[in-house]
Design a protein around this ligand. Structure first.
Ligand code: ADP
Ligand code: MG
Length: 355
């Protein structure tokens, strides 16, 4: 079922000071397609949870419309919206077994005992919980508890699944495992899902599309590829992954390329930015893995640099490079240090990249 937000704004008013207003969500527009998984991504306080709560009906928007399955739901209370929320604090009942927790919603609906058993059996198998049915929540690990919470949400067959930072309480390794698990289950059931996180790699893993927010305002909506490789502005480029920003002046705009002057030298690069004009200041954004290092000083270079830090991470080698005339170090990553060679702190390198 699709979910659509049209010009949705939320203004909170201070209880003690009625004149003090705070715009937590500012004119948000997005259409989430049937069966799609979209992530709201942004720093803490940017309005992700508030937007999610407006969709679920736990919060009322100040302005704008919410549609679920094409139906205007502004006046529909939360329990009539057919959405289901999965939280960071699992919200499973401590005094009920795993099986009872999962079947709870079905029992509320007054379903027959044998149907409840059938449905809970099915979902427990899908989620790898079959052998844990009689356990109490206190006898489960964090990952298992999260899986019970997810099973309990899915067994009710909601039209829309809402996740609010569901993995924040888990350790790093389990978090990585669970996010692929959540994605697998979501695809398998084809449930329209909205996932809130401040973790960009989590967003990249689970999403069909990502909506990046800052201070209540949408910065960009796109696939993980578009968000990482075609960031629309400085905020998105800086928030998603790591990036080197090279200041440049726009001197010429072509159909699919752009000429910019860097330190007085004209350079031509591909560009997808449609809103740049001659004379603008812009940034060339280069991801760390886009830089090639070489010890050959005659190699075609973007600049020459000194290695100020070299960190061996097993699969990759990460470098911080200091470049004369720049305050910020340049970051480079080699995914193939054995072939490309290891550089050590103090080495001089030529830096180039494929535009
Ligand atoms: P996020 O989930 O992205 O961390 P939230 O949506 O929870 O952000 O909050 C967005 C902003 O709105 C924050 O600055 C927060 O302090 C504020 N906010 C959230 N709920 C309320 C409320 N009930 N009253 C006043 N301000 C609120
Ligand atoms: Mg939040």
């Amino acid at each position: 079922m699709s979910v659509e937000l049209v010009n949705v704004t939320k203004v909170f008013t201070d209880h003690d000071n009625k004149d003090k207003e705070f715009t937590a969500v500012n004119n948000v527009n997005i259409k989430i397609l049937d069966g799609e998984m979209v992530t709201f991504l942004g720093p803490s306080g940017c309005g992700k949870t508030t937007t999610l709560r407006i969709i679920s009906g736990f919060e009322n928007q100040t302005a704008g419309d919410v549609f679920i399955g094409g139906e205007l739901v502004n006046d529909l209370p939360a329990n009539k919206r057919d959405t289901s929320m999965v939280f960071q604090s699992y919200a499973i009942f401590p005094h009920l077994s795993v099986r009872q927790n999962i079947g709870f919603g079905l029992e509320l609906k007054g379903m027959k005992k044998n149907v409840i058993k059938e449905e809970t059996d099915k979902i427990m198998e899908t989620m790898g919980l079959t052998t844990l049915g009689n356990r109490q929540p206190s006898q489960l690990s964090g990952g298992q508890q999260q899986r019970v919470a997810l099973a309990r949400a899915i067994v009710n067959k909601p039209k829309v699944l809402l996740f609010d930072e569901p993995l924040s309480n888990l350790d790093a390794k389990l978090r990585e495992h669970m996010r692929t698990e959540i994605r697998r289950i979501q695809k398998q059931f084809g449930i329209t899902s909205i996932y809130v996180t401040h973790d960009q790699s989590e967003a990249m893993t689970v999403s069909d599309r990502i909506m990046v927010m800052d201070k209540g305002v949408i910065q960009q909506i796109g696939t993980p590829f578009e968000i990482y490789s075609r960031p629309q502005n400085y905020f998105v480029a800086d928030f998603i992954g790591r990036a080197n920003f090279i200041e440049a002046d726009v001197t010429e705009i072509g159909a699919e390329s752009i000429t910019v002057a860097v330190d007085g030298t004209d350079r031509n690069y591909p560009s997808w930015q449609k809103d740049l004009k001659k004379g603008d200041k812009a940034y060339i954004v280069i991801r760390p893995e886009g830089l090639k290092l070489s010890s050959d000083k005659t190699a075609h270079t973007f600049f020459s640099a000194a290695v100020s830090q070299a960190v061996y991470l097993g699969a990759t080698m990460e470098y911080e490079l200091s470049v004369e005339g720049r305050d910020k170090p340049v970051v480079a990553v080699s995914h193939n240090p054995i072939q490309e060679g290891f550089y050590k702190e103090g080495d001089r390198v030529s830096v180039s990249f494929d535009p």
